[in-house]
Design a protein. Structure first.
Length: 125
């Protein structure tokens, strides 16, 4: 399994698309085999699902996410676990144990405005 966790410092970010970075973890046989932090390449709804799909991500972990992004990830067969909070290392531990459970998405339309990286008007290359 390869997971992308919306990251803000040492914690899960409240909003997937506007987070400063993503922690990407590869988990095999309940163990982390690789962990890297990548900067958010920019908040553009159609771009992020494509970008993370190209990185072979299987699951997204975030505090919240817009409905359009959820639909795009579903189309790409990428699972989303939303309503997640806490320290990144604790979330990764729960992922390795298979105990991390999402809850209802706390994001409402426009709720991410003013937080983190702003949305761009054009697609990324």
């Amino acid at each position: 399994m390869k997971a992308a966790i919306s990251t803000d410092g040492e914690y899960v970010s409240a909003h997937f698309g506007r987070c400063p970075s993503y922690t990407i973890v590869d988990i095999e046989e309940n163990k982390v085999i690789k962990k890297e932090i990548i900067e958010n390449p920019g908040h553009h709804t159609e771009y992020l699902p494509q970008f993370l799909n190209e990185k072979n991500v299987d699951v997204i972990v975030a505090g919240g996410m817009g409905r359009k992004a959820q639909g795009l990830f579903a189309e790409a067969n990428i699972k989303t676990l939303l309503g997640i909070s806490g320290r990144i290392d604790e979330v990764i531990e729960q992922l390795t144990k298979g105990t991390l459970k999402g809850i209802e998405n706390p994001c409402r339309s426009g709720s991410g405005k003013g937080y983190g990286i702003g949305k761009t008007e054009r697609p990324f290359p």
